[in-house]
Design a protein around this ligand. Structure first.
Ligand SMILES: [Zn+2]
Length: 320
């Protein structure tokens, strides 16, 4: 019987599992909806089912799973999982290990996606990489000398909660003036709605305010709407100030920007690049490539598979 390594991408809406067939490549994914309201045991039962199905006739030798945090990867504990009920200090690695009868490692979903970009995506070949995911929230992961740096608590890389101003809007965690409060999809939509209620003219007025999200604002900005352009300009400016600071502290080879908001493209990245030059030292800024993620929604699964290989050794002969 062959021995398989499995990667799993666990999200609030779906579970995807696949067998490693190379360091960063996987077999056909098995997926199903996450029973997110049924508690951790039911979710991990579903994960184990997917993993066994992905392994087929092979014995599972090791499994890595990317989970929305905050988590403690060293202890294998999920402190809390957004969009899933009942995840409070859950020993997920041990619970899953019992179910699949093999060693299990957990990693933060942003770390998995960033690792995929480092190994097989927009940051391939980089030595020092900062991954920033801009979506409803802002997360990230830091890779130094080709490997994840997650600090003493497994929580390092939370770039979204970098201070931008004294008095800016609060993020979802209630921090005043942090990056997520200025540049996340949630923040962009909230800013547009606030401007509309102040009477600012905009084509967005024709929409039901409840349906105004970052995607609608991208569409309006691409059609030349002044308010939508201003909102993206300000959000990109805040992101760029943070990026300039990261460049000064870390001098990375590459900053990869992923997440749902990369479809905004230059609406966000042009002001971000400009603002970064206001703060970053010239030499590390010129050295650092700022690029968008290449792997899209596959990054989480590719990263989990690659993390399994990293954690448990190479892909067994016969699985390739
Ligand atoms: Zn914050």
């Amino acid at each position: 019987m062959t021995a398989a390594l499995i990667g799993v991408d666990l999200g609030g809406t779906s579970i995807r599992a696949a067998v490693a067939i190379g360091d960063v490549t996987h077999g056909e994914p098995v997926h199903r909806d996450t029973p997110s309201q049924e508690g951790p045991a039911a979710v991990l039962d579903a994960v184990a089912d997917c993993a066994r199905q992905a392994a087929g006739d092979s014995h599972i030798r090791g499994l890595a799973i990317g989970i929305p945090g905050p988590i403690d990867p060293g202890a294998g504990v999920v402190h809390d999982a957004p969009n899933m009920t009942g995840w409070n200090e859950v020993p997920a690695a041990a619970m899953l290990s019992e179910r699949v009868e093999c060693p299990v490692v957990i990693c933060h979903d942003a770390a998995a996606a960033g690792y995929a970009e480092l190994k097989a995506g927009a940051g391939r070949g980089a030595r020092h990489l900062l991954f920033i995911t801009v979506s409803t929230g802002i997360g990230g992961a830091l890779f130094i000398d080709g490997d994840l740096y997650d600090g003493a608590t497994g929580s390092a890389g939370e770039v979204g909660h970098t201070p931008i101003s004294d008095d800016g809007p609060a993020c979802g965690q209630g921090h005043p003036g942090c990056l997520e409060g200025a540049s996340s999809g949630t923040a962009i939509a909230a800013r547009a709605r606030a401007e509309l209620s102040n009477g600012t003219p905009s084509s967005l007025r024709s929409l039901d305010p409840a349906t105004i999200d970052a995607r609608a604002i991208v569409t309006a900005a691409n059609a030349g709407d002044a308010l939508a352009l201003q909102v993206f300009n300000d959000a990109g400016h805040a992101l760029g100030r943070a990026i300039g600071g990261f460049i000064n502290v870390l001098a990375p080879d590459v900053i990869v920007i992923g997440g749902g908001l990369i479809h905004a493209g230059d609406l966000l990245l042009k002001p971000a690049r400009l603002a970064a030059t206001e703060i970053a030292f010239e030499i590390p800024y010129r050295r650092c490539k700022i690029v968008t993620a290449a792997l899209g929604t596959d990054a989480g699964l590719i990263g989990a598979v690659a993390w399994a290989v990293r954690s448990f050794g190479g892909v067994p002969v016969g699985m390739r």
